[in-house]
Design a protein around this ligand. Sequence first.
Ligand SMILES: CC1(C)S[C@@H]2[C@H](NC(=O)CCCC[C@H](NC(=O)C[NH3+])C(=O)[O-])C(=O)N2[C@H]1C(=O)[O-]
Length: 349
Amino acid sequence: AALPAPDTSGLLRLLSTARSQGAPGAMARIDDDGSLYRATVGMADRSTGRVLSTADRFRIGSVTKVMSATVLLQLADEGRLKLDAPVVEYLPGLLPDQRITVRHVLSHRSGLYDYTNDMFARTVDGFEAVRTKTFTLRRLVGLSLKHPRTTEPGGAYRYSNTNFVVAGMLIRKLTGRSLATEYRERIIEPLGLRDTFYVHPGTTIPGRHTRGYLTPDEAGAPPVDATEQTVSWAQSAGAVISSTRDLNTFLTALLSGRLTSAGSLAEMRRWVPAGTGQAYGLGLRRRDLSCGVSVYGHTGAVQGYYTYAFASSDGRRSLTALANTSNNAEVMNTMLRTLDAAFCGKRAA
Ligand SMILES: CC1(C)S[C@@H]2[C@H](NC(=O)CCCC[C@H](NC(=O)C[NH3+])C(=O)[O-])C(=O)N2[C@H]1C(=O)[O-]
């Protein structure tokens, strides 16, 4: 069924609300089968007052996970990976439980503990402790393995960044090349994503970008400019830089079947429950909106940046929304509502 027209006035109101709740700036871009809608409020840079533009690049956090999953599904299409093979078949000795499969990792059902729970228990101190650090992927997995598993392999969904660190190790081992090369050759160049980069361990966002501001835990404390960081704590789980245009292009291409085989896209869309109105496939979230429409993509939360990147089932309508703050639950919840404005249209009065 055709989607209702986006509620663009409602979308703009939500961005303004996010700003009133502490985001220096917020923006959204809708690509709808050839039509384009863009909106921004506020600033990209608090010190200069430069206004935010939907052309500004930003850190996409865990939306990176969709790209890492896409690369691994392409490797499965090439016969170089089996989703139901044990991870240790490709990475001998990495994990203590050979029952953990590639599919468990990509669907957050491995039981591997999320090391960021410890790393960012204290928001600003945790961030400052790692912002210029470089970790090996193996080191990050080691941090996780200091903790007991959270579930049996193949058990319930338990979100963990560790899973997509393992995904990054699989990409590197199976291709013999860097993550940057694989993202570039398999996704960025084929789709002409001019604003999308993987610069780890570089700390700067290339070209025109919005700064990102981390909200401290302490009420009233000034925001921390978190723009420059290595994001080495995340890498294949969250270190890609992109833009509203590029993420919409990427999701439209993925969901319209241009990046993987139909079989692999179907695997990506095999859902496990992931909370109220949510499900998770392989590196892909499904959100079931109040109007009965389901949308597909991912959210991202990296210091200074909240991203919502979702598309309709056929990929013909896509929305990327960004607020340049994080650790702010009000802003996160307000930005979540941009999905309803974009895909459910004007609410009945
Ligand atoms: C599940 C999420 C929301 S969290 C996960 C990943 N981001 C992280 O794991 C970093 C979390 C700490 C970031 C920090 N918060 C704190 O330090 C709190 N003490 C902040 O808000 O900037 C990402 O991105 N994912 C989102 C996703 O997948 O949607």
